[in-house]
Design a protein around this ligand. Structure first.
Ligand SMILES: O=C(CO)[C@@H](O)[C@H](O)[C@H](O)[C@H](O)COP(=O)(O)O
Ligand SMILES: [Zn+2]
Length: 195
């Protein structure tokens, strides 16, 4: 296969995964946006986390909340738990990597806040630990996942929302997670500030 054929395959797979996700996930994305809006109008905030490329997704979403998405509007409260290297390295060094998000959440998470997690496998232990702390704090969890949902699917409760991308490819799932993040930003702005 030529290099250009490989590119065409990547684009085709990405387009197909997005079409599959569009067909199955619209209602859940709408519901997740309503949960976030409900938290924001009650002076709560969104905390985000993920590993690797998903750490970037978490940071990407929080920056669009704190700064702006596509229109001028007031800043919205969000914190990415994957950005503070001093805190992350000290928690991992002194305790365990599994605790890097959970310990921050114990300090920053409050009842009614939203924990927005990004994980393609659903099996990242530090995400599972963060979800357990979120439940202790009566926070709602919104999980952007993929594959078979992994261990995450078993720790979520009925008040949480799992948006599982129908794919087994980490890259394809991440590409759809980014699109879902942008949908959430658009829907949040629309519900809070109108059209
Ligand atoms: O971006 C990529 C692969 O596309 C990687 O950095 C990937 O995010 C990392 O392997 C993560 O550790 C995977 O974590 P998860 O999605 O299984 O929770
Ligand atoms: Zn990636």
């Amino acid at each position: 296969m030529s290099l250009q054929d490989r590119i065409i395959n990547q684009f085709s797979d990405s387009i197909q995964t997005k079409q599959d996700a569009m067909a199955s996930l619209c209602e859940l994305i709408e519901f997740a946006s309503q949960k976030i809006v409900e938290a924001l109008v009650n002076d709560k905030k969104v905390l985000t986390c993920g590993n690797g490329g998903s750490a970037g997704d978490a940071q990407h979403f929080s920056s669009e909340m704190l700064n702006r998405f596509e229109r001028e509007r007031p800043a919205l409260p969000a914190i990415a738990l994957s950005t503070d290297t001093s805190t992350i390295t000290s928690i991992a060094n002194d305790y365990h990597f599994d605790q890097i998000f959970a310990k921050q959440l114990r300090a920053l998470g409050q009842t009614g806040d939203i924990l927005l997690v990004y994980t393609t496998s659903g099996n990242s232990a530090n995400i599972i630990q963060a979800i357990k702390v979120a439940h202790d704090r009566d926070m709602t969890v919104i999980a952007l996942s993929g594959k078979d949902g992994g261990a995450l699917a078993e720790v979520l409760n009925e008040a949480d929302i799992e948006i599982r991308v129908p794919s087994n490819s980490t890259a394809r799932i991440q590409e759809v997670h980014l699109l879902i993040s942008h949908c959430l930003c658009d829907l949040i702005d629309q519900q809070l500030f109108g059209g």
